[in-house]
Design a protein around this ligand. Structure first.
Ligand code: NAP
Ligand code: MG
Length: 403
């Protein structure tokens, strides 16, 4: 069989530890036998980030801007313990943070559902995708403690030097605490467009919620910007697809999410997204079954797994011990990126291949062959735990029958 050809290169960002091992195996066993891979390769492994003084991370983000689609392996974000381990001259910043700020993107996380691993909420039969606004609010706050007898005011000085003041509180009877938050119309608009674009991509409803009844200017601004952008730029396209943009209060949203069947995108303010994405991913079962895609407002996509480099398994691997690391989220990062490349370049064979790769992966688990993490969760009776590489070979046995 002739391999599928690609036209535009896919930006490939290699990474660290166990996921770097899986990365190579996924390519060798599941992709290269079928696709004549055309990637522009960037080694974001920590050694090469050190060697290039992190330039490689910036270059890979620029390449993603140029070509439009990237697939990324999990990478180490260095902490104190990594400094001697990798002989680092600097505690290099999180590559994900660097890439996100260059692409100005929003991260969408979606669980992969398989039979036998039931969500804690039994009605969630379809995935809920969470989009977290990644700028501002409490994550860029200024805060202080306040002594009794102090008066706190909100002071804004405009560009001509005029001040407006508003009383926050007179701390007459007690010491207290104080916090200043901000956000930017630009950033909120970018977030709204990324979410509404992703809704069109997935042909799913987009939900958004804030506490605008209480926060009549701050949260209300978020609500208004979303509504304005939806009405002016997306309403017709949404109506044509039969999907909707739905706004409600955050507490109402939480109640509706629990009662829902899933199958929509939930756009969250920064803090809501931080908290709710942990709740939603845990409720679906496993972080190792969670994909993640960074989407920029101008339609650039970077696919990855939501989990890290699985360090503990890597150390076992280095000692020659058997590992049973789940590669599903990384496989879906590849399938997501190849499908998007296929869509943009009109290569339907590439999109079909991505569908089949996902199908074979899900089928393998549903037929009872899985890695240790899923083995603990699966309710299947005939389940069998296999090692990291055997799992990929089992997927390929099914994939080769599909293509
Ligand atoms: P982690 O790599 O996600 O792993 C934490 C634990 O979760 C593992 O020890 C393992 O549990 C389980 N796990 C995660 N993914 C798994 C998989 N695919 N298959 C089976 N089990 C899996 O998080 P971490 O240990 O906190 O972080 C390790 C490194 O990853 C850090 O250097 C961190 O900076 C980096 N990181 C990178 C990204 C990214 O690039 N997107 C994200 C998060 C963390 P058991 O040990 O119990 O089997
Ligand atoms: Mg969190």
């Amino acid at each position: 069989m002739a391999k599928i050809k690609m036209t535009t290169p896919l930006v490939e960002m290699d990474g660290d530890e166990m996921t770097r091992i899986l990365w190579k195996w996924i390519k060798d066993i599941l992709i290269e036998p079928y696709v004549e891979l055309n990637t522009e390769y960037y080694d974001l492994g920590l050694e090469n980030r050190e060697k290039t003084k992190d330039q490689v991370t910036f270059d890979s983000a620029e390449a993603t801007k140029k070509y439009g689609v990237a697939v990324k392996c999990a990478t180490i974000t260095p902490n104190a313990a990594r400094m001697p381990e990798y002989n680092l001259t600097q505690m290099w910043k999180s590559p994900n943070g660097t890439i996100r700020s260059i692409l100005d993107g929003t991260v969408f996380r979606t669980p992969i559902l398989v039979k036998g691993i039931e969500p804690y909420i039994p009605t969630w039969t379809k995935p809920i995708t969470i989009a977290r606004h990644a700028y501002g609010d409490v994550y860029k706050n200024t805060e202080t403690t306040v002594k009794q007898g102090s008066k706190a005011e909100l002071v804004v000085t405009d560009k001509d030097g005029n001040e407006t003041r508003e009383l926050i509180h007179e701390f007459t009877n007690s010491d207290g605490v104080l916090q200043g938050l901000h956000n930017l119309d630009n950033s909120i608009s970018g977030f709204a467009r990324a979410c509404l674009n992703y809704g069109l991509d997935l042909k799913q409803d987009v939900w958004f919620a804030t506490k605008d009844t209480i926060s009549k200017k701050y949260d209300h601004r978020f609500k208004d910007i979303f509504q304005e952008i939806y009405d002016n730029e997306y309403k017709e396209k949404y109506e044509a697809l039969g999907i909707e943009y739905f706004y409600t209060l955050i507490d109402d949203a939480v109640a509706r999410v629990i009662r829902s069947n899933g199958g929509y995108i939930w756009a969250c303010k920064n803090y809501d997204g931080d908290v709710m994405s942990d709740m939603v991913s845990t409720a679906y079962g496993s972080l190792a079954m969670m994909t993640s895609v960074l989407v920029s407002p101008d339609g650039i996509y970077e696919y990855e797994a939501a989990h890290g480099t699985v360090q503990r398994h890597y150390y076992k691997y280095l000692k020659g011990e058997e590992t049973s690391t789940n590669s599903v989220a990384t496989i879906f990062a590849w399938s997501g990126a190849l499908r998007k490349r296929g869509e943009l370049d009109n290569i339907s064979e590439l999109c079909d291949f991505a569908d089949k790769l996902e199908k074979a992966t899900v089928q393998t688990i549903e037929e009872g062959i899985m890695t240790g993490d899923l083995y603990l969760l699966s309710k299947l009776e005939n389940k069998k735990k296999v090692d990291s590489k055997t799992f990929l070979e089992e997927i390929n046995n099914r994939l080769s029958a599909l293509v």
